[in-house]
Every structure is written in C-alpha cells, then in structure tokens.
Ligand binder design. Structure first.
Ligand code: SF4
Length: 253
C-alpha cells in the first residue's frame, strides 16, 4: 500500500521528491482521493439507489432488511411486504408473524420482523407516523444503527453522510485511503478526504465498483484499472483489516 505520508521537501531531497512524484503522482491520500472521485464519476455517472422504495419509510425498511442479505434479494421481497403495508400505522397493525413470513428469504426474519413492527409503532406514537430526520432519532429506533441511519439520511433526505459497508471498508484500505482499523475510522477518514457535497454519490459509486470488481478473496490489488493506476509498483496483496463490520446483525455498524 502506498505511504500516506506527505513528501519531504528538505532542500537536498527536493530533486528526489519531485522525481518520485513524477513517477507516481498518487503517492498522497489527497491525490488518490481527487483521482478516485473523478474516475468513479466517469465510470458511474448515474447513482440510482439500489434498494427499491417509495419513500423514506419504505427505504428504512429495505435498508433494515439488507442486513446480512443482498440488495437483490431485498428487492425481491419488498414488493410483497409493501403490498401488505406501506405506512407505519398499517405495518404496526400487522402481526409480527405475518411480517416474518413475508421477509423470511432475507434471513434473520424473527429479529427483523420484530424490529420492523416495533419501529413502526414508535414512528406512529412518537414521530407522527413519519421517519425522523436526525441521526440521533433514527439510531434510537429498533434495528437501526449508524449505517442504516446514514443511508436513510443520504438517500431519503439528501443529508451528506458516508455509510460504510463491506465494499467501502475494503476498498478504502486497498486504495490506501484509510488504515481500516474500524468502520468508524474508515468513515472518519473518508469524510476528511472528500468534499461533503460528494459523499452521497461517492459512497454509492464505491459500492458499485466494489460489487463489480472487488471481492473479499482472490485479488492481490493489481487486477483492475484503479489499483494499477494508483499503485503501479504494488507487489504485495492488500488484505482487509480485522475490523468487525457488524456488532449487532441488525445494527450494521
Ligand atoms: S485491483 Fe483488486 S483490490 Fe484493487 S480495486 Fe481492483 S479488484 Fe479491488
């Protein structure tokens, strides 16, 4: 992985530093971030939200269902769930067992159904049947952790956020943007590197790239365009850190 340290500009190392920069203009995190932001925007000009939804409430449910489940599977299940109920009041009136039966293909059905029912009741009783627009209120809901809240804030309300999922956590390390010791650290590092107005699209673009190219196994960090551009001399594999992404399966970091 490339060093994140800035180049020394001591007088007698100036020639060396500038020649190294010429050899690899992406030696700094900041330079890599600028390149990645531009290149990912070229590769993915459109950033459609992967989870099918109708409004903030249905997005919240879809994100909750996506814990330990693919977006594709969630999108196969939510039409039946939203046919049964699309508002917090209607969902709160459904038996938990009925919700669980519908969402079973997503896994963790008993916990997810309980959380969906409980959070729907809280939305009715405490938030006028609406999804709240603050991180604190969202994260206080059953089954909703910081990542889920970040997705809802970004994709439903357009508030800048940087939800860190498996792909983003892994790529932040492989692109030398974060040490990746924890999901929280990765989020802090990425927020510091990219302008706030880029966060919402950029997190989706990184996910799209990760899904297309970058799996947990089988890549030594030299296989595709972005790593080859950023790390032309990379020889050693870059392995994901040991940070735990999920403490509570429904809280999702
Ligand atoms: S070269 Fe490998 S590690 Fe780097 S982005 Fe491509 S798939 Fe991921």
């Amino acid at each position: 992985m490339g060093s994140a340290k800035s180049l020394s500009l001591e007088p007698n190392s100036l020639w060396f530093a500038t020649s190294m920069e010429r050899a690899n203009p992406f030696r700094t995190k900041a330079a890599r971030a600028v390149y990645l932001d531009r290149r990912l925007a070229e590769l993915y000009p459109e950033t459609p939200v992967p989870l099918a939804h109708r409004d903030a409430y249905t997005l919240l449910l879809a994100v909750l269902l996506s814990a330990q489940c693919t977006d594709q599977r969630v999108n196969q299940v939510t039409p039946a769930l939203f046919a049964a109920a699309t508002t917090p009041a209607a969902m709160a009136a459904l038996p938990v067992a009925r919700i669980a039966a519908i969402i079973r293909p997503c896994g963790l059905a008993p916990q997810k159904a309980k959380a969906i029912s409980a959070l729907s009741k809280i939305l009715v009783e405490q938030h006028g049947g609406k999804v709240p627009r603050t991180f604190a209120e969202l994260e206080a809901l059953p089954g909703v952790g910081h990542k889920t809240a970040s997705v809802v804030m970004a994709q439903a309300f357009g508030v800048p956020a940087f939800p860190v999922d498996t792909h983003i956590h892994r790529l932040a390390q492989r692109w030398g943007l974060s040490s990746g010791r924890s999901v929280e650290q990765t989020e802090r590092d990425l927020k510091a590197l990219f302008p706030q107005e880029r966060w919402n699209q950029l997190h989706l673009r990184i996910i799209f790239y990760g899904r297309e190219h970058c799996t947990a196994r089988g890549c030594d960090g030299t296989a595709c365009e972005l790593c080859r551009t950023l790390f032309p001399t990379r020889k050693k594999p870059v392995r994901p850190g040991s940070a735990r992404l999920v403490r509570d399966p429904l809280k999702r970091a």
